[in-house]
Design a protein around this ligand. Structure first.
Ligand code: ADP
Ligand code: MG
Length: 405
């Protein structure tokens, strides 16, 4: 049994040398720590004499937050590794392959995806990903369907739920998404220029009721094994390929939480665009492209999810006419509500998005923040009465026009 210690790059090289393949015993290895080091270490190991490379990700036993640190269980490394293996089985090629792991050291050795870029960065740079909606629709449909009571043995699912109990990570979500943005809290983080917006979030009873309902769903609805943090910073892309990383927040929760994460992060990028593109025509084109991606992510996901239901269902009662439509309708509404909550927290909560925070013009940045909040609040408030993605896009456009006024 190995004793946990945080690795140095040298430790990572030594471990890499002991692995069966990919490196020769006398290989000349280089190692750089490429993570941001807040929760995990990420070592990129390359062989100077071949094109072989690997990634070693190791969990740290704390999170550095606003200058201090809070303890965080290392169990999440085992959970992250197991869900990567499960996702690889369900969607081969859509997550890094796990080559090796050590649960005592809280580390996973995995495929190097450095030929892809983090999607958030690609979107900020204006790159288009025409296959993304299909890919992520497929990923979410398969991972969510086949880990739910619809698509797997229901007794096995109960056992699996036990293995994926992830209380420390869930608590972060519960605090940062479903609590702190709606009250005065030390970890909240926003410019004083939008204090009026923050104040409005704290005093809006209609909004609080919807957030309480979404929070309850996150706390109690063990529908499927979620990725748990499916934002554009956890997705590696090229125009041809999509790979999902970083499922350390995985647990059994409501399916809409993953779908909503993707939609929210596309909408945050949409809201940021005037801060990045000056030319009016180019701006309109890019805005349309982002909104089309939002529409396509939902429709691609829905059609694949329904197709799996038609061919792979394990629960006879779920064949009852009408049930699939009600299930998908609720999943859609959850996705929209969670998307809204995720947008709000990225503006006033602890963790922001680079799409908006790195806009250099302060006025444009503030506009994007206000626009994101308007969209987020409208999605939260309307989630329980929405039926189609077209209605969602109408709500986005109304929210945007009221921000401009
Ligand atoms: P954290 O949870 O600490 O943010 P991530 O898993 O998101 O860790 O990894 C942090 C960064 O390390 C990523 O943004 C990416 O740049 C790099 N990284 C992580 N996994 C891989 C991988 N399999 N291949 C290449 N780079 C990776
Ligand atoms: Mg992470």
């Amino acid at each position: 049994m190995s004793q946990y210690r945080p690795f140095t790059p040298q430790d990572a090289i030594e471990l890499a040398k002991t692995l069966p393949g990919p490196f020769a015993a006398d290989a000349n290895l280089d190692c750089h720590e490429i993570g941001d080091g807040n929760l995990n270490l990420v070592f990129h190991i390359t062989d100077q004499n071949s094109d072989k490379s690997i990634i070693i990700k190791q969990a740290l036993p704390y999170a550095k937050v606003v200058g201090e640190s809070w303890p965080l269980s290392l169990v999440r490394a085992r959970i992250e590794r197991e869900i990567l293996q499960e996702e690889y089985r369900l969607c081969p090629g859509m997550v890094p392959e796990v080559y090796h792991y050590d649960d005592d050291l809280a580390l996973t050795v995995m495929e190097d995806l450095s030929d892809h870029v983090i999607m958030r960065k690609g979107l900020i740079e204006g790159v288009s990903y025409p296959l993304f909606a299909q890919h992520i629709g497929e990923f979410m449909a398969r991972t969510l369907f086949f880990t739910s009571d619809l698509g797997m043995d229901q007794q096995l699912k109960k056992e699996q739920q036990g293995r994926f109990i992830n209380p420390d990570q869930c608590k972060i979500t519960e605090d940062l998404i479903f609590d702190e943005p709606y009250r005065i809290a030390e970890k909240n983080n926003y410019d004083s220029s939008i204090e009026d917006e923050a104040e409005a979030l704290r005093t809006d009873g209609e909004l609080h009721l919807e957030v309480a309902l979404l929070r309850e769903k996150f706390l109690t609805h063990g529908q499927a094994l979620l990725h748990g943090d499916l934002h554009t910073g956890s997705i590696f892309v090229t125009p041809e390929s999509t790979k999902v990383i970083d499922p350390e927040f995985a647990y059994y929760g409501p399916m809409g939480f993953d779908v909503g994460a993707v939609l929210a992060n596309l909408l945050l990028n949409y809201a940021s665009l005037p801060g990045w593109i000056q030319d009016e025509t180019a701006l309109r084109e890019r805005e349309t492209l982002l909104l089309n991606m939002v529409r396509d992510v939902w429709t691609e996901f829905e059609s694949r999810f329904r197709a799996l239901w038609a061919s792979e269902l394990v629960d006879p009662m779920a064949k009852t006419p009408g049930y699939q439509d009600l299930y998908v309708q609720q999943l859609f509404r959850d996705s929209i509500g969670f998307a809204g909550a995720k947008m709000v927290r990225r503006i006033v909560g602890l963790a922001h998005v680079a799409d908006i925070d790195t806009i250099s013009d302060a006025t444009e940045r503030e506009r994007s923040q206000r626009k994101s909040l308007a969209i987020g609040k409208a999605l939260i408030k309307n989630n329980r009465r929405l039926n189609t993605i077209g209605e969602v896009l109408d709500i986005v456009s109304t929210a945007v026009s009221t921000t401009k006024a």
